[in-house]
Design a protein around this ligand. Structure first.
Ligand code: FMN
Length: 192
């Protein structure tokens, strides 16, 4: 069972990355089950924007080449649970992650991501986090993930999130949802 965490922030060790990693750490604390966790930061990655060419409808994959999208997209195809995080930029997801999300249109036509589960995460300094979370939720709903919850945090400079005890507690709660799901799946597989 694979749990993949992605932070869309261009701050490699920023607040979003911290929350996504914190959820993964809580999932890792569950030692009884075969759970593999992985963290990917989009910081420093080249993600070209979708051009709207619609060729992916026919080719079943995004035709844009020579950037880092394909490798990360493969990891999403390979995961059971996705934890997707974005900093809040102007009350919404940051452009870097939006470019990444738009390119997954190539998976949408055949609902290649359907059946996975997702948690969404966002951090803002003051206001707008809710709308960012809505955008992320709309993204995972469109791809027919089942929704396991969200974490919204407050922080401005990298590391500020450590003072948001509510968000840190929520990380543990949503990690519990992931563990419950994986436990159920693993028991089902054993019963076959
Ligand atoms: C371009 C830009 C736009 C931002 N827009 C908002 C905003 O609309 N509301 C807000 O509360 N914070 C806003 N912020 C602050 C970030 O959300 C905040 O610094 C957050 O902690 C960044 O997360 P990160 O460390 O994961 O990158 C903005 C920051 C930048 C750089």
């Amino acid at each position: 069972m694979k749990v993949l965490g992605i932070s869309g922030s261009n701050r490699k060790d920023g607040n979003t990355a911290f929350l996504v990693k914190r959820i993964l750490e809580h999932v890792d604390e569950e030692e009884c089950y075969e759970i593999e966790t992985e963290f990917v930061s989009l910081a420093g990655k080249t993600i070209k924007p979708c051009t709207g060419c619609e060729l992916c409808k026919e080719k079943k994959t995004c035709v844009i080449q020579n950037d880092d999208w394909g490798d990360i997209a493969e990891r999403i195809l390979d995961c059971d649970v996705l934890i997707l995080g974005s900093p809040t930029y102007y009350y919404d997801v940051c452009g870097h992650l939006k470019n990444f999300m738009d390119r997954t249109y190539s998976f949408y036509h055949d609902r290649k991501l359907a059946g996975r589960s997702a948690i969404v995460v966002s951090v803002c300094a003051d206001r707008g986090c809710e709308r960012t979370l809505e955008t992320l939720e709309a993204f995972v709903n469109t791809h027919e993930f089942s929704y396991l919850g969200f974490v919204g945090g407050r922080g401005y400079l990298p590391g500020d999130i450590l003072r948001d005890e509510r968000a840190l507690a929520k990380c543990k709660k949503v990690a519990g949802n992931v563990i419950k799901l994986l436990r159920k799946n693993s028991e089902y597989i054993k019963s076959l």
